[in-house]
Every structure is written in C-alpha cells, then in structure tokens.
Design a protein around this ligand. Sequence first.
Ligand code: HEM
Length: 470
Amino acid sequence: MLNIPSQAFPAPSSQQRVASGGRSKVPLKQGRSLMDWIRLTKSGKDLTGLKGRLIEVTEEELKKHNTKDDCWICIRGFVYNVSPYMEYHPGGEDELMKAAGSDGTDLFDQVHRWVNYESMLKECLVGRMAVKPAVPKDYHEEKKVLNGMLPKSQVPDALAKEGPVSPSYDWFQTDSLVTIVIYTKQKDVNLDSVIVDHQYDSFRAETIIKDYSYLIHIELSHAIQEDFSVRVVANVGKIEIVLKKKENTSWECLGHPLENHNSLIPKKDTGLYYRKCQLISKEDATHDTKLFCLMLPPSTHLQVPIGQHVYLKLTITGDFVSISNPEGNFKIAQFQELEDLFLLAAGTGFTPMVKILNYALTNISSLRKVKLMFFNKTEDDIIWRSQLEKLAFKDKRFDVEFVLSQPTSEWNGKKGCISPGLLSEFLKRSLDNSKVLICICGPAAFTEQGMRMLHDLNFSKDEIHAFTAS
Ligand code: HEM
C-alpha cells in the first residue's frame, strides 16, 4: 500500500511551508502527475534495473551514478535510483540532481522532510549503504552490562565529548511487572522527553536530550500487555517504564537488541518514526479548516511539547492516520521570567499559538500581558474567534486583535496586511525594560516580512521565535 502525500500538502498557509523560502514547484509534463507515478510503480516494471535484487552500495559506487539517466541518491542510509522519478519530481529535475550520486538526506530534509519518499520510491530502492567502521581506534565495546545481556552504549567517545553524556539503562522485574529504568544523566527531563512505542515485535523508547536522541530498541523476550506506564523522577533525571507481563513467568533477559539500540544519535540523523492513530472526530473549524482528533494506540506514550509539531501520513485506502514524533526548536526556557508575550499569526499559523497561549496563561507567573494579532482574509476565515474573544473577556492579561486583508464594508476592526505601522502600535512593552517574546507563524512570505520588520523595530534575535519547518 502506498502512503502518498497529497500534492496540495502542506496547505499553502501551513507552517511547514515557512522554511521553504523561495522554493517553487515546476510544471510537470503531461502524464507525469503523482497519479501517473503511482501507476508506474504499480506496473511491475523494474525501476532499478536490478530485477528486484537489493545490493550493498559503497560510496565509490554511489558517486558513479550521477547523471539524469543513471541517478542514485542516498537518503538515511538507503540508496534509491531516482532516474525513473526524475520527470515526476514536483520540484524539477535540476533540484533532484543536486543530490545525484551523493547523500541527499540533509538537502531533502531542508526542503521537505514530510515527503514520504520511502513509500513513493519503494520500487526504486537499490539497497543500503555499506557501513564504514566509524568508530575511533581507542574505542572498544564493553561486552556485558547489567543483567548480563545487552551491549553497552555504542556511542563513540568522540561523539560523547561533543554532545551530552550518554544515558544508560537497566531493568528489573517482579512477578507481574518489568521496569526499564533510563538514567538520562540530565536534570531537565519530563514526560515530554520520552516517547515509547510497542508495535509488532519492537519495543522502542526514545529519550530526547537536547538535540540528541537516546534509543532503547528491543525485541522483548516475552509478551506484555498493551498498556504501560511512564514515570519521571525529574530531579535525578530518571525515567521508569513499567510494563505488565502477560504471564507471571520470570524473564531471563529483556530481549534482543534491535537497530541502534542503546545509542545516542544527533536528532537530525534519525528518521521520523510513525505510529498509526485512529481518527476519532473531524469538525469544521472554519469553512476551509478542519479540526482532527486522533487517538494514539494504547501501546504508545507520546506528548507533543509546546511549540512543536508532528507530521501526518494518510493512507488513501486506509482508515487510520500515522503521526510522527514531535519536531521543532521551540524551547520552553524562552518563557523564563517572561513579562510580555506577543503572538503574530496568519491563517493556520494560529495552530502553535493555541498551546502557547494556554501554557503561558496558566504557568508563567511573571507574565503581565499576552497579545495575539491574528491576520486573515475575511471574518469567515478566523479560527476559534468566539473562544478567543471569550478568553480576552475572562483574562485581563490577554488581548486579541483581528486584522483582515479582504474585509466587508461592515468590518470596523483593523484592516490590511502585516506592516511596520501595525506592529509598532501593537508591540508596546508593559514596562520600558520588560522581558518580551514575540512568536510568529504563518505562510513563508508573512513570516519573512514580519521578521524583517521586527528587526527594524529593534527587537533582538532572542526576543523573536519564528515557527518554521526546519
Ligand atoms: C534530495 C534532493 C531533492 C531536492 C533538492 C528537492 C527539491 C524540491 C523542491 C525545491 C520542491 C518544490 C518545493 C515546493 O513545494 O515548493 C520539491 C517538491 C517535492 N519533492 Fe523534492 N527534492 C529532492 C528530493 C526528492 C525526493 C527523493 C523525493 C521523493 C519522492 C521528492 C519528492 C517531492 C515531492 C512529493 C514534492 C512536492 C511537495 C509538496 O507538494 O509540498 N523530492 N522538491
């Protein structure tokens, strides 16, 4: 089954577009649409020229395939022959050729991390990159760890020096429970920091520590029940995952290590992990915006931290939606001692503001003022208008202003687009030297213009957070 992102995704006003800058799609030749590509991939044609074989590709070999007619690209360790896809690529052949014969992961992620290349290029898979031993000479793996079965962290010393200290883990059991303990060796961990999934034969617990990801990835030796609990002892940086045994037998070992088990990897080098969610409800937020409510499987522990987002994968013929691990670079520390919070949103750029608003008004005791300036075309486009007005009525720290670019003659609120005039009037500090944060989210052009205007108004980099897809 193919998981295909719709050609219109993300919507033109989505924050995922924000990082794209001046990118543009190219007109595709007739017969080169996404549907045509799907048809070709299902036709049974040999798209790699390898008659279904998968090979191990060395760097030297990869480099040789660097022409339009013979173009291989490596993404996250897998090599694809993209020559057949060349004319179907919405970004054009020249863009795709930028990664010809090389590792295109970074480039791909910079442009469109959400694109489901694994599924789209399934028939173009040539094989895996041959692994080069990248371990420094003075590194030698210790064979045994607590409970005697799992290799110690595979973090080379060199990486450990640059990034955080590698976490470690242990496990213990009672008759009915198995507890996995992760010692993060960091103080600022909380329930957002760990994402746990138990799917098929794989048990996966990913702990996010700064820009790194520490993974426990095991095929458990015995069956467990669907649900489990996760606890965090924040002051000692300990995370406990308590699993319920299906049968009250004693486990001799936790299980077999799977890929990247017990390793600390920079987050940017890990792929997005998805789990299938059930669609619980779908409501109209406005005439062209819908609110989807999804339910995580009981065998998943995942919380989206404030200011972060997830990617969705829809299966055209299926009745579920897959959601990814959270991504984003908003840091809750930006709220520390905050006195004035200004939110600038355009269209669906309102999305991250909802959680920020909620968190700020309930948790930041130093906060004096929160103001949202919400840009839309018409009154009908304003998402959750009455809720925002009610909130402003209830909480005197909060104010909202709607600005319309195509208002009717009855509209007596603010009109126009983002401008230095509107901003300088809106962004008044409550005190001369109050600590401010300005969050901005909307289509790329809106965010870019807004950022320029904010710099011209002398707000510093630390006072501005722009939501972008990168
Ligand atoms: C690694 C080199 C690549 C570069 C530099 C690149 C660049 C681009 C650019 C500039 C666009 C137009 C962006 C826009 O929507 O405004 C685009 C769109 C797209 N590319 Fe790529 N691309 C690359 C690889 C790939 C690969 C391997 C796939 C695999 C299937 C792919 C699939 C797509 C799709 C589906 C779109 C349309 C996305 C949308 O509608 O938002 N690209 N690409």
